[in-house]
Design a protein around this ligand. Structure first.
Ligand code: B3K
Ligand code: ZN
Length: 876
């Protein structure tokens, strides 16, 4: 291999030696190549100590440099040097204009970074370091510039030409059949927020008046065949804009806000100033083609990107180590928005499930890193659950410690003080400290220490003194580069349940109290407690920790039925199920017949009978912990035992409670026209869950019921719910028939067909790998489209444990081959595919050896991208 990529460190940060006051760009888009002309007004940064530094511009190796001039003087090749990603110009004055002409080939860009083609259109993705694939620039977030962009292209094929800001001029070059539009963005921004779109696009439009009375045009663009799938995104956008005005006092600032849907996209969406670019999967929605979960995802992602206009764009990151400054805060903002729009408790359950399943696993693996990483080789590898979801939990903890009023004051101060600046997570915390008068210095460790803290809680009760004590001990396991951890500042929200299940009054008469843990060991004493209470610990999941408290099954059942904290009621049920599933796993491993503890059956029966509960919450409570969560909890993952125990429990519950499942299934039948509103979503989620239990009975009558639901459904949630149950059932012929029918119905709906791929990839029956292999040659598959790769390959490797981890290692070989192939085409997607292999330490010895050799084979396969190299080398 060539020279190995080097890590860069937060501690080496230096202010940029040069600034770019204005950036003028002109793009001439053409089939063979695209010309990019740039005019940059530059000067030395007065804040930089290095007064003589040469100008060091970023520019990807793929850029063809055609012309370079400084203040009108054309440079000859002796005046500059290109090396790797750098263009070094030795002698430059203190103030100058840099002109640059670059040739690029977007049609060959399969990495989907910089300017590339998605189907028939041009689009861009510049975060984090994609702008350097467009032209030579200071491609770092602390260099903010005012952009003016002209896009010129063939008028017939690319009638719509978009960039950031407001359109200010347009015209045509009639004899050539070309036209152009100029856009101006008055807000200084880093290059990562630059965007350009050119294509034959349709759009919907809506006027919006901001709280202070400014008129804004909202537009969502897509290919014309998808025009009927944009209304939900538009409604979500309007709701998000109103919410941000009300909850954070933040208004939109340009005359136009645009969203464009593209089919080839590495992630969900991108918050480019005034011109968001979205993966079609995060913007298109219609009842016939989109599930309830996807409707909610669209609402959440549209809001997330909109919220970035303040938390990310107006106030941006100083460097990429600060990524969670914008991502953690914005995820917290979008989670609160979704909680306000839908069910708060359900949203919390979903977020915590993701955190505990996937982020905790990341924290325990070789890529573990702090919310603010100290170093990286490739920044694209750090758009992680830790930076996003754990980062959001860190912001949530500040919210919990300060309370909503002070938190709002803190965010006001942060936005006002830093508007137009590129800042750090420290600046964010400082604003919160200043408004509250609190010292958050120990709290800052959450940004710098990786790993999931563990809390061990024990208690004692002194009946004579009527005193109840909670003893809490915290620790945090070692992570790569961090052996020793200092104690965290942890908000631990608790309640005490008295006999009968009622909350006891705590400090100030409240029923929930936030204890603040700052020491390794601490005891909290409650006086005047007449009887031994049952503690409800970590209410609302007040901190991202693993909590252990010796709780009996009876106590869990008691909390499940009485806890006033909806989240903890659900959590008690999960803990009970985990406990019982582990018992089944032990029985399975010992070769004994498995026997399900009646406690779970009785608890589920009580929940099913309680018609007063929100059906969405009932569905969550009755959902057994996933195989992935059970794996995360295991010291050594026993793939078969987890799968068998869970299947057994599901069937046993179905047998014991079939009457109840059937009764609720029938009572929840759809009434009225489909709407993705909270009430209907709740009903469908519980009804489909009931069907999944009934299908576990493996009876022809239930199969017929599922097939009828599939045939009669007027919406994708019910149709797809039935489809996947039939497809994964033991009724092979019926499974094939329904998959065939589904394909024919939705052949032309790319996103629906992606779900069709995913359902087959996640089928736990033997033979799934052969099917996935065959589907890679299907006309519906395209390895260059990340959505397809995720639907087929990622789903197989992450959501089909029994097949992916087959003892012969065939799953690992399959994945290694795909990564080697993707490494050349799309390093970001290739690197993400690696995740399941990085967890090799958690498996038995034979699997460990097979997974390691798959990783080694990737490492030895030739020239690796920085993305793949970093993850493989850190994992081995
Ligand atoms: N900020 C983008 C993520 C960009 C990822 C680049 N590899 C989307 C978001 O978090 O809103
Ligand atoms: Zn974001």
């Amino acid at each position: 291999m060539a020279e190995q990529p080097r890590a860069i460190y937060l501690k080496d940060y230096q202010v940029p030696p040069f600034l770019i006051d204005t950036t003028e760009l002109r793009f001439e888009l053409g089939d063979d190549h695209t010309l990019v002309r740039s005019v940059l007004k530059m000067r030395r940064n007065p804040a930089s100590p290095s007064r003589q530094a040469p100008l060091d511009l970023h520019g990807h190796e793929s850029l063809e440099l055609c012309r370079l001039a400084i203040s009108g003087q054309v440079l000859s090749p002796q005046d500059y040097r290109r090396e790797g990603e750098s263009l070094l110009i030795r002698a430059v004055p203190d103030e100058f204009t840099l002109e640059c002409l670059t040739r690029i080939r977007p049609q060959d860009n399969t990495a989907l970074e910089g300017l590339y083609r998605s189907d028939g259109m041009y689009c861009t993705q510049c975060e984090a370091e994609g702008f350097r694939r467009i032209t030579f620039y200071l491609d770092r977030p602390d260099v903010m510039s005012v952009f003016t962009t002209t896009v010129e292209a063939d008028a017939r094929r690319y009638p719509v030409l978009l960039s950031n800001g407001n359109p200010v001029a347009s015209g045509s070059l009639e004899d050539e059949g070309r036209h152009w539009v100029t856009w101006q963005d008055p807000f200084p921004k880093p290059a990562y927020l630059f965007a350009l779109v050119a294509g034959d696009l349709a759009h919907i439009e809506r006027p919006f008046k901001t709280a202070s009375g400014r008129d804004v045009t909202l537009r969502i663009y897509a290919e014309s065949r998808d025009l009927d799938k944009l209304d939900h995104a538009m409604e979500s956008l309007v709701k998000a804009m109103r919410w941000d005005e009300k909850v954070y006092g933040r208004e939109y600032d340009l005359d136009i806000y645009m969203i464009v849907a593209v089919d080839f996209f590495n992630m969900g969406a991108m918050e480019n100033k005034g011109l968001n670019i979205f993966n079609t999967s995060c913007v298109l929605a219609s009842p016939e083609t989109t599930t309830d979960a996807a409707f909610q995802r669209v609402e959440g992602v549209v809001a997330h990107e909109y919220f970035h206009n303040w938390s990310g764009n107006r106030v941006t990151c100083r460097d990429w180590f600060q990524l969670s400054l914008k991502e953690g805060f914005t995820v917290f903002r979008d989670a609160e928005f979704s909680a306000d729009m839908n069910s708060r408790a359900v949203k919390r359950v979903e977020d915590v499930t993701l955190l505990r399943t996937a982020q905790f696993a990341e924290d325990a693996g070789p890529m573990a890193h702090p919310v603010r990483p100290a170093s990286f080789i490739e920044i694209s590898n750090f758009y992680t659950l830790t930076v996003y979801e754990k980062g959001a939990e860190v912001v949530r903890m500040i919210h919990t410690l300060l309370g909503p009023e002070l938190f709002r004051k803190g965010s006001d101060l942060y936005f006002e003080r830093h508007d137009g600046q590129a800042v750090t997570t420290d600046d964010f915390v400082r604003a919160m400290e200043e408004v509250s008068g609190r010292d958050l210095s120990q709290f800052r460790l959450w940004y710098d220490q990786a790993g999931t803290p563990r809390l061990h809680v024990s208690d004692d009760y002194d009946a004579a003194a009527q005193r109840y004590s909670l003893h809490v001990e915290q620790s945090c396991p070692a992570t790569p580069d961090q052996a020793e951890k200092k104690p965290f500042h942890i908000p631990l929200a608790i309640g005490l349940l008295g006999p009968g299940g009622r909350d006891l009054p705590l400090a100030g008469g409240a029923t929930t109290e936030v204890l603040e843990l700052t020491e390794t060991k601490q005891t909290f004493v409650f006086e005047g407690v007449a009887e031994r209470p049952v503690p409800s610990l970590l209410r609302g999941f007040s901190a991202p920790v693993k909590l252990q408290y010796p709780c009996s099954r009876d106590e869990r059942v008691f909390l499940m039925s009485h806890d006033s904290d909806g989240f903890n009621r659900w959590d008690a049920g999960q803990a009970l199920a985990v406990d019982i599933l582990r018992e089944l796993m032990d029985q399975y491993r010992a070769g004994r017949p498995m026997q399900l503890d009646c406690a779970l059956i009785d608890a589920f029966a009580a929940v099913l009978d309680d018609e007063a509960l929100d059906p969405a919450m009932v569905a969550k409570v009755l959902t057994l912990p996933s195989e992935a969560y059970l794996s995360e909890l295991s010291d050594e993952i026993d793939v078969e035992a987890i799968h068998e125990a869970r299947q057994f429990a599901k069937k046993a519950l179905a047998q014991a409670l079939s009457g109840r499942f059937e009764r609720r299934y029938l009572a929840l039948a759809p009434a009225g026209v489909y709407a993705p509103d909270a009430v209907q979503v709740a009903r469908r989620s519980l009804r489909n869950l009931c069907l999944s239990y009934l299908m576990a009975l493996e009876q022809p009558a239930q199969l017929a019921r599922a097939r009828a639901q599939y045939d009669d459904a007027d919406n994708m949630t019910d149709r797809q719910g039935a489809l996947s149950l039939i497809a994964h059932s033991a009724f092979g012929a019926e499974a094939d028939a329904v998959l065939e029918d589904f394909y024919r119905r939705f052949e032309r709906e790319t996103l629906v067909i992606n779900q069709w791929l995913a359902i087959q990839a996640s089928d736990p029956k033997p033979g799934a790998l052969a099917r996935v292999d065959a589907l890679m040659k299907h006309e519906a598959f395209d390895i260059r489209n990340p959505n397809k790769v995720r639907s087929l390959i990622s789903v197989f490797c992450n959501q089909n444990a029994v097949n992916f981890h087959a003892a012969d290692g065939a799953g690992y070989d399959f994945l290694a081959d795909r990564i080697i192939e993707m490494n050349r085409l799309n390093p970001q997607v290739a690197s993400r595919l690696l995740t399941p292999l990085t967890r090799w330490r958690k498996y038995d010895a034979p699997r460990q050896a097979l997974m390691q050799s798959a990783l080694q084979r990737i490492l030895d396969s030739g020239e690796l991208s920085k993305d793949v190299y970093e993850v493989v080398s850190k994992s081995l």
